[in-house]
Design a protein. Sequence first.
Length: 386
Amino acid sequence: MTKSKIWLSSPHIGTNELQYVKEAFATNWIAPLGPHVNAFEQGLQAQTLSSHAAALSSGTSAIHLALILLGVNASDIVFCQSITFSASANPIAYQGAIPVFIDSESDTWNMDPILLKVALEEAKQNGKLPKAIIPVHLYGMPAKMVEILTIAHEYGVPVIEDAAEALGSNIDNKPCGSFGEFGVLSFNGNKIITTSGGGALLSENAEMIEKARFLATQARDSAPHYQHSHIGYNYRMSNVLAGIGRGQLEVLNDRVEARRTNFERYKKYFSKHNNAGFTIKFQEAPSGYYSNRWLTCILVDPTLNNGLTREIIRLALEGENIESRPLWKPMHQQPIFADCKAYLNGVSDKLFEDGLCLPSGSNLTKEEFDRIFESLDQIFAKYQNS
C-alpha cells in the first residue's frame, strides 16, 4: 500500500475563507475588483505597515509592474539576488533589460551588501548604474535590508524588495515588504498564506500604486469607449481570490507560529544526530531578525557528515513519499541566464550544493513528523560509522 504524500508546503485553509467566497458569489462580485479586493489591500497595508497596496495576480506581476514604474527599459541594467526563484529575475527579461546577479552572504543567505557595493562602484565607474536592485528574503529570512538600502541610496538606485516568501517576517519589528521603494508579496499555493494564485505590490508612494492599478487593468483610459494610451496588463486580482486572501490574513499569525514551531522541532531532532557526530546546519536568524520560517532548510556538507549528502537524504525521503527539495538553483547557474554578469563569492553555489528544504507546512501532523523522523533516522543509521 502506497503511503500518503507528505508535501513540502501545502495550502492550509482556515474557517472564514469559504464564507468570503460565498459572499462574492451571493453579491455577484465574480469579476476582477470588488469589496474583497479593497478589504484585502487594506489588510495587507495593516499587516506590513505599508501605506498603499495593490492586489495582483502574482508576485511576478508585482515585480514586473515595479520595474515598469521605475522606468526600466531595454538594455537597462537591474541587479538581482542570484539565489532565488526565477520569478525574481524573469520580469527583468520581460522588459528587455539586463540582469546582473549578486551572490549571498552566509549569515542570512541573501544578497551580500559587500558584493553589492563592489558591483555598484564598478557600474558607476563604467557610467551605467542599474535602474533597480532586487534583494530577496530567502525562505522567509530577512535580507540585510538596512545595509542594502544604505548602499543603494548612496548610489541613488531604488530597491524592489522581493518579500514573496516573507510575509510575517521582520527586522526589529519593521515588516518585510516595507523597506524598499516597492515591496512584493506572493500568495501562490505553497506560500505561508495563499489566494490560490496571487500577489501584491506595496509602496509608500500613492501615485505609483494608483498607476500600478491602472496598468494592471489593461491601462484603460477614462473614456466611455475602450481607449488605451499605454500598454496594459491583465494583472489584477479577482474579488473571489481576494475573499480567500481575507480569510487567510486572519490566520496569518497562527500560520507563522506553526512554521516557526516546525523549525524548532527540526532543530531539536537534528541536535541528537549532531551530538552523535554529524553536523547539520540551519539558516539561522541574526539578532533582531524574525523569520516566518516559511520553509525549514538544512545544510548537509558531506565532508562533515561521513559522506552523507542532501541528495542522498532527498532521494531516501522521496522513496517514502515525502517531498523535499534542493535549495533554489542560483540564477547565475541557470541556462537561460548563463551569459549574464554575476558577482560571486561561492556562497550560493555551496548553499545549492548542500542545501535541502524539508516539509514545512503549517498543517503537518504529529504522525507525519513521526514518519519524517523515522525515515531520517534510517538514513543517519547507515552513515553513522561510514
